[in-house]
Design a protein around this ligand. Structure first.
Ligand SMILES: CSC[C@H]1O[C@H](OP(=O)(O)O)[C@H](O)[C@@H]1O
Length: 401
């Protein structure tokens, strides 16, 4: 496998060129794809060659930048109104993650406030879009480190309040790390920061011992991407299937070792694609179940030290202030083949990596339901961790975002 990297998005400020890491080939192959137009980006986002709410917003913004750069180089005459239409098309590539529409709508507002619809796109238009895109990319990385630190503070405060002692573990779903953002990540960013700061040597009565990433069917972001990141950073983890969470929590709560660890699950930390005004949060399918599982164990345990906190980690660019509740969130449905087949390279017994292959794992031609996301109700969420501190917690059962 060529040199391993976690840099999902590469924008060259001098060449005004954009490359994305093809995440459909990870973890077996590191391959970058050139993105030269809005059409290229629509395809790459739709196919999930790049995915993750913040990452697709950053790719969307950089794509408009390189698309305009290319058209100026080709001396194409395009009005601002025509460019806005192409931007609206890009927004439709993945409807649930609000980051993409937030970013592209902000670019449209900048264009509308600085130029006439009938004006021909020129260098001044390009400069406005590039400046916004670079700031979005750099701001996302800064936000993620703040989310990580805020997550550490919340976890530390929680464990101290509970008078918890000893090692603890964290469950997470999908991929919310460097491959889903500009770097460090959101939920996985908190795990990175917890691994770095809440060590046994840090002197607290408690310390982080283990992460449990879920496989995250059907696209397998956890099995392919989160394990790739955790392995790269040498963070201790054990991959589990999506249907193993209750057994994992139950075994560890009874001090029954799972592989080499007995550290109880104290936090389930997930990302988000859209957090709406009342705190309902859309995220990868299976997230609602995780919130319900945490709630079950909390209802059936009387001991404060056993309580599990359900945390949503997301930057403010993922918050949708225009939508009241989760009932109003459009959930993207994906193609049936993602459920009925598996795509990947043939891996021989000696570990050598072959050509990409598609294998069937279900009866051909059957009816399939493949929603990419679900909505965790705010009632089941203990904290929403953004780049702001203190973190968002419910007052009288309600979030105030
Ligand atoms: C920080 S990534 C947020 C969010 O995006 C992922 O969805 P997908 O892989 O389908 O783009 C997943 O729901 C993450 O939690």
């Amino acid at each position: 496998m060529s040199q391993q990297t976690l840099e999902a998005i590469v924008f060259d400020k001098n060449l005004d060129s954009l490359k994305i890491l093809d995440q459909l080939l990870l973890p077996y192959k590191t391959h970058y794809i050139d993105i030269e137009s809005i059409d290229d980006a629509f395809q790459a986002i739709k196919l999930m060659q790049v995915r993750g709410a913040p990452a697709i917003a950053i790719v969307g913004a950089f794509t408009v930048t390189v698309d305009v750069h290319r058209s100026l180089q080709a001396n194409e005459k395009r009005t601002v109104a025509e460019l806005v239409n192409k931007i609206d098309y890009l927004v439709t590539s993945r409807p649930t993650a609000v980051n993409l529409s937030n970013a592209l709508n902000e670019i449209k507002q900048l264009l509308r406030s600085s130029f006439k619809d009938s004006e021909v796109v020129n260098e001044a238009v390009f400069d406005v879009i590039k400046k916004y895109s670079v700031a979005l990319h750099e701001g996302d990385l800064d936000n993620n480190y703040k989310i990580g630190d805020n997550g550490v503070k919340y976890i530390t405060e929680t464990l101290k309040k509970q008078n918890f002692q000893g090692p603890f573990s964290i469950v997470t779903v999908c991929n919310t790390g460097s491959l889903a953002t500009s770097g460090h990540g959101t939920a996985l960013g908190i795990i990175r920061s917890v691994h770095a700061q809440l060590t046994k040597e840090a002197g607290n009565d408690f310390w982080f011992e283990h992460a449990y990433p879920l496989e995250t069917r059907p696209y397998n972001q956890g099995a392919r991407l989160t394990t790739y990141e955790l392995n790269y950073e040498k963070i201790p983890f054990t991959l589990i299937c999506d249907n193993m969470v209750t057994s994992l929590i139950s075994s560890l709560s009874k001090k029954r070792a799972v592989k080499s660890s007995t550290a109880p699950v104290k936090f389930i930390i997930v990302g988000a694609d859209r957090v709406v005004k009342n705190g309902d949060s859309a995220n990868k399918i299976g997230t609602f179940q995780l919130a319900a599982i945490a709630n079950y164990f909390n209802l059936t345990s009387s001991n404060e030290q056993d309580k599990i906190k359900f945390i949503v980690a997301a930057p403010n660019t993922t918050v949708d202030h225009n939508t009241a509740t989760g009932d109003d969130i459009v959930i993207e449905e994906r193609p049936p083949h993602e459920l009925t087949t598996l795509e990947g390279p043939l891996v021989s017994k000696n570990g050598s990596i072959g050509e990409k292959t598609v294998v069937g794992i279900a009866t051909p031609g059957i009816q399939v339901w493949n929603p990419a996301f679900d909505v965790a109700p705010h009632q089941l969420i203990d904290a929403i961790v953004t780049e702001d501190y203190p973190v968002h917690e419910k007052q009288n059962g309600e979030f105030s975002l």
